[in-house]
Write a protein that binds this ligand. Sequence first.
Ligand code: SAM
Length: 218
Amino acid sequence: MRLRNVKGSRETIATNEFVVQNEEQMKGKWHDYFGNDNEINIEIGMGKGKFIIELAKRNPDINYIGIEKYSSVLVRAIEKQTEEQLPNLCFIRMDAEYIEKVFDKGEVSYIYLNFSDPWPKDRHAKRRLTSVQFLKRYENILKDGGGVTFKTDNRPLFDFSLEQVGEADWIMDNYTYDLHNSEYAEGNVMTEYEKKFSDMGNPIFRMVCHPKNVYNND
Ligand code: SAM
């Protein structure tokens, strides 16, 4: 993603009511933050937030947390949420590499990854959000019965991701090389990148998977 430095974005993020500042202190306490016991779903690399804001509107009984590394994009999602004031949505500015510091075992019910950065060089494979390294991190925060959905239009990244699911000893629930013309198209919520790339004629790939060896949540 090409990033522009948005003036004042760091200040907005440091003071906005929908951005959690002390995220590591929230570990194990996210239900207190939302003030209910509803399940918690997260999107990692949410960009400007179109997808997660739409999900939060459609599903008021699910809590959503959007995670984004860069202030300059996150600030766009904050602007929209400041208008919407959805009580079941908040944001964290962080690198998802440290996700286990922020969520306790079993605290997250579902993880969405949309159009994640491809990191095309082999030596950067560990940084891909669907690498074995990241899947292991997700395994440590997911609730029993939880899972991950990943969408992209990048074929090498998708093929890599399919392989990593097997390598991490996860279960593949389903996958498609053409989401919009598949049995899974109904109810699909488009992301910013998904709209852009499908308008260009690119097929959208999607996989749904979950960890096999989920620890005991009790
Ligand atoms: N998900 C959005 C969509 O589909 O329209 C944005 C896709 S954009 C290509 C990828 C986003 O993921 C960028 O905003 C980037 O900053 C963010 N990102 C990449 N790696 C990340 C990481 N390790 N932790 C948090 N955010 C990350």
